[in-house]
Ligand binder design. Structure first.
Ligand code: URA
Length: 232
């Protein structure tokens, strides 16, 4: 692979920045100064140092973010609202990381961000039935009948939701687990039983569980084991 491609894929430098740095003698490959951006390198084996910093090559990255209130699940927003990728280091944004799926602006909690389009597509495909759990609070007490209806499936604007589980922790709060991801699904499900969501936080996504050590707005790379579980 070309040196400039390697550095741009892992978010270290654009092609023009690599050109400039190479001409200035600021890149070394296995200890030797590399003056040509089109130098052929083996990204897995060669030791590339860019402006004094060793480069760790990886094509794909996988991040767990604890989404705070008010952020849009996108890489940019036309209306000027903050987006979840604003919370990441520039290196990841340069690598083309995007949110895998959406949470509403006021929903909190677990978001997966990656630049692995194939995995993201697979996890979001309706036929994958990836389970997602949300801690919720509602304005009015939920009756047993409401819970039964929610679990069996309710009509949300012409679509009947698939069976799900609801674990009530108190009259007005609990954990709901769904295996699909329609737009505003949980809000609409609660509206279908004449209630209203007042708090919504995603706590699991497939095999991932929100890391309690992550403060709102904080993120970390997934562990090798978490990536392996996601890839199934
Ligand atoms: N369901 C909702 O209503 N909102 C979310 O953000 C996620 C699921």
């Amino acid at each position: 692979m070309r040196l400039d491609r390697m550095l741009s894929e892992c978010g270290v430098a654009s092609r023009s920045e690599t050109s400039k740095a190479a001409r200035a003698g600021k890149i070394t490959v296995n200890g030797a100064v590399a003056r040509k951006p089109d130098l052929s390198v083996d990204p897995e084996r060669d030791e590339v140092v860019y402006c004094g910093t060793p480069v760790r090559y990886r094509k794909f990255v996988y991040l767990m973010l604890n989404k705070p209130d008010g952020y849009i699940s996108a890489t940019e927003d036309g209306r000027g609202d903050p987006v979840v990728t604003d919370l990441l280091d520039l290196e990841y944004r340069k690598m083309g990381v995007f949110p895998c799926g959406r949470l509403d602006k006021h929903t909190l909690g677990l978001m997966l961000l990656t630049n692995d389009g194939v995995l993201s597509h697979r996890l979001l495909a309706p036929k994958s039935h990836v389970a997602k759990s949300y801690a919720f609070k509602v304005r009015f007490p939920l009756s047993e009948r409401d819970v039964e209806e929610l679990c069996a499936g309710v009509d949300i604007g012409g679509y009947v939701t698939k069976p799900c589980t609801v674990d009530l922790r108190a009259e007005q709060e609990g954990v709901i687990t769904i295996v699909e991801g329609k737009y505003h699904q949980i809000k609409l499900m609660m509206e279908a039983v004449h209630n209203k969501i007042t708090y919504l936080e995603r706590i699991t996504f497939g095999p991932l569980t929100l890391d309690e050590a992550l403060a709102r707005g904080a993120w970390r790379e997934l562990t090798t084991e978490e990536i392996r579980m996601l890839q199934g």
